[in-house]
Design a protein around this ligand. Structure first.
Ligand SMILES: Nc1nc2c(ncn2[C@@H]2O[C@H](COP(=O)(O)OP(=O)(O)O)[C@@H](O)[C@H]2O)c(=O)[nH]1
Ligand SMILES: [Mg+2]
Length: 421
C-alpha cells in the first residue's frame, strides 16, 4: 500500500502540489514531471501498480499484500535552483532522477541478524524460546518430532523435510495465531523464488551429544543448509538490493502488537531491536559485513496512523522511537488515510478524541484507545483491555489519481532528502 500510495501521489503532485505539501521540492514547484519507467529484462519482477490502483479505484478493495520482491521505477524531473547571482541570471537547472522502489516482504528483514549468527547459536536461542509461553503451544508438533530424532543419524531427505515443514508450520502459527514478529528465517514464511529449494530443509537442532557431528548426519546436513541459506541471503538479497539502497523505509504496525497482548508486543519489540541494530549505519551489522558503502539512515514509520486522531500521533511516534532507539528518522504514517478525526462524548460528559471510517459492508465505525496510545512499553495491566481493531476500507483515489494520506510526504522527504527536500 505504501508503494502504491507513493507512486499515485507523486504522479498526482505534479499537477497538484497539495498532494505532497510537506515535501519542499513539491510545495516549491520544483517537481516538474513523474513517469513510470520500464525495467530491463534482467531486472526484478515489476511491482503490480496497475492492479493495485484498479483495486482501489474499482470497489475500493485493498491491494494484494506483498508476497514477493518487486520493483517499481519512476522517472522524475526536478528543478534545482542555483544559489546567488548566477542562479538569478540563468535560472534553475533541470535534473532527472530515476527512483527505483523495491518492495519486499518485511519478514526478510529478520534474515539480516542471522548473517552474523552460527547455526549452533541460532539453534540454541530458538530451541530455548520455543519451550516458553506463548511459543510452546505452537511448537508442540515440531518439538515432538525433534524429541524422536537422533541428530547423528544419517541424513534422510524425507525426515529433513518433515522437520523443516513442522518448523515452518510453527513459525506460521506464531505469526498468525500469536501475532508474534521475531520469527526466523524470514524465507520460511515468505520464500518467494526460493520456494521448494533443497537448502530450505533445516530447522534449529540441539548440539550432538558427542563433541563432533558425524559426516552425513542430519545435524551436519542441516548446518550446511543453514550456511547456504545465509550465503544466498547475502548474494540474492543483501548484495543486489539492500546494499545498493540510498534509502530504507521500514514500516511497523504497532497497532497489531498493541491489540494482541503483552507477548505479541514484547516479540515485536525484540524484532525491531534486532532490525534497528542490523540497519544502524555505523557500526551496524550491515557495515560490519564489509559492504562497499555505509547503509542509509533508515526511516521507521508507524503505519496505519489513521487509526488514531492527530492529537495522538506524537505518542505513536514516541512509542516507535522507544522501540527502535536513537538512530534513524521516525514518522507516524498512513499510506492511505481511511478515517476522519471525531470527538466522542460519553454519558458522563467526558470527551474522547477518536477516529471514524467505513468498514466492510458499508457501516461507519469509530475507534479509539482508552487513555490514548502509550508512549513507552505499557505495563502488563495495560494489555488486559482488549481492542477490536476494525478493518477500515480504503478511500477511492481522487479524480487526479491521488490518495488521502497522513505524512507520506514527510516520510518520503526523510528518506530522500536530496530529491524531495
Ligand atoms: N487504515 C489503514 N490500513 C492500512 C494502511 N496501510 C495498510 N493498511 C491495511 O493493512 C493491510 C496490509 O497492508 P499492505 O501494504 O498490503 O502490507 P504488507 O502485507 O506488508 O504488504 C491492508 O490490506 C490494509 O488492510 C493505512 O495506511 N491505513
Ligand atoms: Mg507490503
Amino acid at each position: 500500500m505504501f508503494v502504491t500510495a507513493l507512486a499515485a501521489n507523486l504522479l498526482a503532485a505534479v499537477r497538484d502540489p497539495r498532494r505532497l505539501a510537506a515535501a519542499p521540492a513539491v510545495s516549491e514547484g520544483r517537481l516538474v514531471s513523474v513517469h513510470e519507467a520500464g525495467l530491463s529484462v534482467t531486472d526484478a519482477p515489476l511491482f503490480p501498480l496497475e492492479a493495485a490502483l484498479a483495486a482501489l479505484g474499482g470497489e475500493a478493495r485493498w491491494p494484494e499484500p506483498t508476497r514477493r520482491l518487486a520493483k517499481l521505477a519512476l522517472d522524475l524531473e526536478l528543478l534545482s535552483p542555483l544559489p546567488g547571482q548566477v542562479g538569478r541570471l540563468i535560472g534553475p537547472l533541470r535534473r532527472s532522477v530515476r527512483l527505483e522502489i523495491v518492495d519486499y516482504p518485511g519478514e526478510w528483514l529478520l534474515d539480516l541478524p542471522l548473517l552474523a549468527l552460527s547455526f549452533e547459536d541460532w539453534s540454541a536461542r530458538e530451541l530455548a524460546r520455543a519451550r516458553t509461553v506463548p511459543r510452546a503451544r505452537y511448537a508442540e508438533a515440531w518439538l515432538a518430532l525433534l524429541a524422536g530424532l537422533d541428530v547423528q543419524a544419517p541424513a534422510e531427505e524425507g525426515a529433513m523435510r518433515r522437520l523443516a515443514d513442522a518448523y515452518a508450520a510453527y513459525l506460521r502459527r506464531c505469526r498468525d495465531e500469536g501475532a508474534l514478529a521475531d520469527l526466523s528465517p524470514g524465507r520460511f514464511l515468505n520464500p518467494d523464488s526460493w520456494e521448494g529449494m533443497a537448502f530450505l530443509l533445516f530447522c534449529p537442532l540441539a548440539l550432538p551429544p558427542a563433541a563432533s557431528p558425524k559426516a552425513g548426519s542430519v545435524w551436519e546436513r542441516m548446518r550446511a543448509h543453514w550456511d547456504e541459506y545465509r550465503r544466498r541471503t547475502r548474494a540474492e538479497f543483501l548484495a543486489p538490493h539492500l546494499a545498493r539502497f540510498d534509502a530504507q523505509v521500514v514500516l511497523v504496525d504497532l497497532f497489531r502488537a498493541l491489540a494482541s497482548g503483552a507477548a505479541s508486543f514484547a516479540d515485536t519489540q525484540a524484532a525491531l531491536a534486532a532490525i534497528a541494530a542490523a540497519l544502524r549505519p555505523e557500526p551496524g551489522l550491515l557495515s560490519r559485513l564489509g559492504l562497499e558503502r555505509a547503509p542509509p539512515r533508515p526511516v521507521f514509520c508507524a503505519t496505519k496512523a489513521d487509526y488514531v486522531p492527530a492529537s495522538q500521533r506524537g505518542q505513536l511516534a514516541a512509542l516507535l522511537r522507544h522501540l527502535v532507539g536513537g538512530e534513524g528518522a521516525v514518522v507516524p504514517l498512513a499510506a492511505v488515510a481511511c478515517t476522519r478525526d471525531i470527538t466522542l462524548t460519553d454519558d458522563r460528559g467526558r470527551v474522547q478524541d477518536a477516529v471514524e471510517g467505513i468498514v466492510e459492508g458499508g457501516g461507519r465505525e469509530a475507534f479509539w484507545f482508552a487513555g490514548g496510545v502509550p508512549a513507552e512499553t505499557p505495563e502488563q495491566a495495560w494489555f488486559d483491555r482488549r481492542y477490536d481493531v476494525p478493518r477500515f476500507l480504503p478511500p477511492t483515489p481522487g479524480p487526479d489519481g491521488g490518495l488521502r494520506h497522513v505524512n507520506l510526504d514527510r516520510a518520503l522527504t526523510a528518506a530522500l532528502p536530496g530529491v524531495l527536500g
